[in-house]
Design a protein around this ligand. Structure first.
Ligand SMILES: [Zn+2]
Ligand SMILES: [Zn+2]
Length: 233
């Protein structure tokens, strides 16, 4: 198929080599702004001057205000240029073909993933109607790409109880109200308080969706809750 229809980069449409593993060319891949330096220990965003320095960890002003049910977070890259286009393609443009690039991104960040080695991974669910319409839940793909690179337990234990309108144009307070009560456990079995649960989402924006999910895990007995997102922005 590659010979008849040469693959091209999803972003710049440059034809790709037969040996190229995915759909993101080297030059576009290099434009992904990976989060480096001091990051908020709670959500993973790169800290700027508004950071409040506490003795053992650094927490951004958004997390201080959110006072979340999760206590640790990793976010791989900034929600800009290629990173942003990648997530949009994955989410809205039938991005199944980008799954090998997703694994490549995880492998690139392998070292940072060591802190969540062996955890229990919970993809943020879509409402069944939205999943049916889209045909997939990109958070499940992100979780599977993670589990390709590190050990851990696959635990899709949450479900979305109602179809919330898109969050993109909402303010922080509206986002919080929008997702309130939107998630529940699939079963009523209490969670294992000795496990570390990692919620997996595509983008960390205000954290309201992840926090609502974390609240449900907390109410069911989870003591140690973390978050993982591809991007922050
Ligand atoms: Zn490209
Ligand atoms: Zn933060």
């Amino acid at each position: 198929m590659d010979l008849l229809f040469p693959r091209e980069c999803f972003q710049c449409q440059q034809p790709l080599d037969l040996s190229h593993p995915g759909f993101v060319c080297e030059s576009c891949f290099n434009q992904i702004v990976f989060n480096r330096g001091s990051c908020c220990s709670c959500c993973g965003r790169v800290l700027d001057s508004d950071a409040k320095d506490t003795p053992s960890n650094l927490i951004c002003s958004n997390c201080l205000e959110l006072n979340p049910y999760f206590n640790h977070g990793i976010s791989l890259f900034a929600f800009t240029n290629t990173g942003r286009a990648f997530i949009h393609a994955l989410k809205y443009r039938n991005g199944a073909y980008l799954r090998s690039d997703l694994v490549r991104i995880m492998q690139h960040e392998q070292e940072r993933l060591q802190s969540i080695q062996g955890c229990t991974f919970v993809p943020v669910p879509l409402h069944f109607f939205r999943k049916w319409k889209r045909g997939y839940n990109q958070c499940e793909w992100i979780t599977k790409a993670l589990l390709h690179c590190i050990d851990g337990e696959w635990a899709p234990i949450l479900r979305r109880t109602f179809n919330t309108p898109s969050q993109t144009s909402l303010t922080r307070e509206e986002r919080k109200q929008n997702v309130k009560g939107a998630f529940m456990m699939k079963t009523h079995r209490p969670l294992d308080c000795t496990k570390t649960y990692v919620l997996v989402d595509d983008v960390f924006t205000t954290g309201s969706t992840l926090n609502e999910c974390a609240k449900v895990l907390h109410q069911h007995g989870a003591q140690n809750i973390r978050v993982f997102t591809l991007a922050h922005g």
